[in-house]
Design a binder for this molecule. Structure first.
Ligand code: PTJ
Length: 261
């Protein structure tokens, strides 16, 4: 049951909080996921809680990169599952279906609870049975990302280990660099444009996950009909450092000219 009335001016944000708390109760979210969520909320305030044109550029470049990829994988953690499980499934279906569970705070119990959350949903279960989507990283995280000591380093051979493009929403930092060092392209979703993840990624989408995944899916669908040369052009014209600078300028201008009335 939701305690948040639909008319509340901050409905969406409060609903996301409820989802995160619910996922904690179900043993899906790491406790640290609560503070990570709060940090995200704070940055979302700074950007005005909407998808900026700057983020849209990153979304389009990401869609092009995902369509061009030979073996893309969507990495998911507790926060991503709490907020955007269904949206991630829809995106994966438009690609090769590969979703990999990759946890910083990896415990057997959380793995079980996550598996249950996917299989309890009958629509998702059917998609798993029909191989429209594949949930990797639970029983098959047998490979190791070189130079990454955390449990995030345990990955699936068919998933992140062999992927050419990895989408990493709400990342914790050092893995992005390790994946880039393996020669992979990393697309991250992170509301904090100052984070190490944001700076090390090939493409950073500075936007809230539940807002940007549906947009990403929309552009993936559209770009699947486009020729590869045009898509390559979109990717080649994208500069991540430039995009992050634009985002920081956007935030500082917004704050300087803000009307508090
Ligand atoms: O589930 P696990 O065990 O893999 O653990 C997941 C967390 C999130 C706890 C772990 O990865 C972590 O500690 O992450 P960080 O270092 O706190 O980074 C998370 C980033 O996600 C922060 O920079 C936040 O600004 C950002 N963030 C939080 N909520 C959102 C978000 N970005 C987009 N949309 C959000 N809703």
């Amino acid at each position: 049951i939701s305690f948040v009335p639909k008319t509340h001016p901050r409905y969406k944000s409060l609903l996301n909080r409820e989802k995160v708390v619910e996922a904690l109760d179900k043993g899906i979210l790491a406790k640290a996921g609560l503070t990570a969520h709060g940090r995200g909320e704070a940055f979302d305030y700074l950007i005005g809680e909407k998808t900026t044109d700057i983020a849209l550029k990153s979304i389009k470049a990401s869609a092009a990169m995902l369509v061009l990829a030979e073996n893309p994988v969507i990495s998911i953690n507790g926060n991503t599952i709490a907020l955007a499980k269904d949206e991630i499934v829809q995106l994966a279906e438009e690609l090769n279906g590969k979703i990999e569970v990759n946890l910083f705070y990896r415990t057997k119990e959380r793995e079980e609870n996550i598996k249950k959350a996917f299989e309890e949903d009958l629509t998702i279960k059917e998609k798993l049975n029909n191989n429209k989507i594949k949930l990797l990283g639970l029983n098959d995280a047998n490979r190791q990302i070189p130079n990454l000591d955390s449990l995030r380093g345990k990955v699936s051979e068919k998933g992140i280990y062999s992927a050419d493009v990895v989408l990493v929403p709400l990342e914790d930092g050092d893995r992005t660099e390790a994946l880039v060092n393996m020669g992979k392209k990393v697309i991250s979703i992170d509301l904090n444009p100052l984070s190490r993840t944001a700076r090390k990624s090939t493409i950073t989408i500075v936007d809230e996950i539940t807002r940007c995944i549906p947009l990403l899916t929309k552009y993936v669908k559209e770009y699947k009909k486009m020729d590869k040369k045009a898509l390559k052009n979109i990717v080649d014209n994208y500069d991540n450092k430039e995009n992050l600078k634009e985002m920081l300028n956007y935030i500082s201008n917004r704050l300087k000219t803000m009307d508090l009335g």
